[in-house]
Design a protein around this ligand. Structure first.
Ligand code: GAP
Length: 516
């Protein structure tokens, strides 16, 4: 656990030190769970969005995009169920005055049981050596089985309590498990209450129920209310999808773990409209497709599916794609079969008929929906987690030294190529380097750097994940060649300036990610 905390701390301070992410309004001591993206952060974030948009919209004839407003008619949120059911169960500790999510406290208790079981297994592994059968041990060792059975029983009870909004049982669980406040150490809890996660504001100058506006807690509703507009104007036939990238806002109670859980964040959502009865087929289809998208960037062992135990108020089936963050496997993306819930609800509250005439079936129906929904910021954190590497390499004198390198897929890297004159105080080198820079800037994001020794400049580029460094030296002035250094292999090749763009462009293009 300490090792994980340490790697997470290193990652968050790296993000700040190298201009990826800053705390919002930091000069005023910051705003909790709100973050700003710096110069490299915004490039990486834009590239992640482009990778998603290209995979979802550009490469599917039957998916189109929209960009809906953040503010929507207040009835939208009544129809969607968010006014009545978008709640987290929370309670306060009376001594520390800290507020917690009841389900998170119980989940953390379950994680501790898991950790205890893992500790027993690790001890046994050491004792039995090569002959150790871990699966068998987990099933048969009374102590391990005790921990795991207890965890499973608590999980089932929590799921039921969450599904039924049984706040009394949630409080009872916290009391029975003797969960204490991490700050005060006391068990002096208030009752569990529901807390709505939507931020609200006022429209115009008239106060009152009618003029309450919500900051959207998901982008999906902008798609649902535009279903008829988009279907008619794009002449799409079912099955087809509508995709959107945009900001969402949630007044999260437990807002921590850096950009994992924020109060203002960005989502990339796609609602796929299908004929009723096709739900399972398309649910399975998108579940597989979305995993493929992740596997182009991340190793298999960092990703897994996790079926939902307690379904959201709209879902008939739901699975998370989880990623192994430094603090464990957590939700990165959700795939939900939402049935006809959303369009039916909007039809009812708006009084407008929202149906589709299916020529093949020769009938009208309310389409069903399978949705894929991923947080841009969580994808950013996953990408940084996977990329952050400390490795021992020889320094200029041949001694071992640690380099920090972000092994980001070149297509997503904030800067694709750094242009470096060998020496700063040689005008003939710097002039040539600027000429090379001008020749490459139109093709991809480049950076010019002449400060410090060349070795330090390479390390700076490694730390922001630049896949290629082009160095201009005295030979360049003679024969028009430069060295191109590869971030991952550290190999340097000498090529003619005229070849540099072609050599790098292919490797940093989005197409590289889509090549099978
Ligand atoms: N329209 C469905 C929906 O919004 P969700 O599971 O609540 O489903 C989808 O959210 C994704 O949005 C999550 O998988 C996660 O990546 C991201 N997300 C949700 N809440 C977030 C938060 N507070 N901070 C950052 N990302 C968040």
């Amino acid at each position: 656990m300490a090792k994980q905390d340490d790697s997470f701390k290193k990652l968050t301070s790296h993000c700040k030190e190298y201009g990826f992410i800053f705390q919002s309004s930091e000069i005023y001591d910051g705003l909790a769970a709100v973050y700003d993206y710096g110069p490299y952060g915004v490039e990486l974030k834009n590239n992640i969005k482009q990778y998603w948009w290209q995979a979802m919209v550009q490469m599917h004839e039957n998916i189109v995009g929209i960009d809906a407003a953040i503010f929507m008619h207040p009835k939208t949120w009544k129809a969607s169920g968010h006014v009545d059911a978008f709640n987290d169960p929370m309670l306060d500790n009376k001594d520390s005055k800290k507020r917690y999510r009841a389900d998170v406290l119980v989940e953390e208790y379950m994680e501790k049981l898991d950790a205890k079981a893992d500790k027993e297994v690790a001890k046994a592994k050491k004792r039995f050596g090569d002959d150790f059968d871990e699966a068998m041990y987990r099933e048969t060792n009374p102590r391990v089985k005790g921990y795991l059975d207890k965890k499973a029983a608590i999980g089932t009870r929590l799921a039921t309590a969450m599904t039924n909004s049984d706040l009394v049982d949630m409080k009872a669980m916290i009391e029975e498990l003797e969960i204490v406040c991490p700050v005060s150490g006391s068990k002096n809890w208030t009752d569990v209450r529901q807390f709505n996660l939507m931020f609200s504001t006022q429209l115009g100058v008239v106060a009152g129920e009618e003029s309450i506006l919500y900051l959207r807690p998901e982008t999906a509703q902008g798609i649902f209310v535009n279903f008829l507009n988009v279907q008619k104007t794009s002449r799409q036939k079912i099955p087809f999808g509508i995709a959107q990238i945009g900001k969402a806002f949630r007044n999260e109670i437990v807002a921590r773990q850096f950009i994992f859980r924020m109060r203002e964040f960005e989502q990339m959502e796609m609602q796929f409209f299908i004929a009723p009865g096709k739900d399972e087929q398309f649910y399975q289809h998108w579940k597989a497709e979305r995993m493929k998208w992740h596997l182009r960037l991340h190793p298999q062992e960092k990703l897994r599916y996790h079926d939902h135990e307690n379904l959201a108020h709209y879902a008939s089936a739901a699975v998370d794609i989880q990623f192994e963050f430094p603090f464990g496997f957590r939700e990165l993306e959700g795939i939900h079969a939402r049935g006809g819930f959303d369009l039916t609800q909007h039809q009812e509250l708006s009084g407008r008929k929202i149906t589709y005439f299916d020529n093949e079936r020769d009938e009208s129906y309310t389409p069903h929906v399978v949705e894929t929904s991923i947080g841009v910021d969580r994808m950013f954190l996953a990408t940084m987690t996977n990329a952050y590497t400390e490795e021992v390499v020889p320094d200029a004198k041949g001694n071992d030294s640690v380099r920090i390198v972000l092994k980001i897929a070149p297509a997503l890297a904030p800067i694709k190529c750094a242009v470096l004159p060998l020496l700063k105080n040689k005008p003939e080198l710097t002039a040539k380097a600027r000429e090379v820079l001008k020749g490459l800037q139109h093709a991809f994001t480049c950076q010019y750097d002449e400060k410090d020794a060349i070795g330090r400049r390479y390390r700076r580029q490694d730390a922001i994940g630049t896949p290629y460094c082009v160095t201009i030296d005295f030979d360049t002035l003679e024969d028009n060649t430069v060295t191109v250094r590869d971030r991952d292999t550290l190999e340097q090749v000498r090529v003619d300036i005229s070849e540099v763009e072609g050599m790098i462009a292919g490797k940093v293009s989005m197409n590289e990610l889509f090549r099978e």
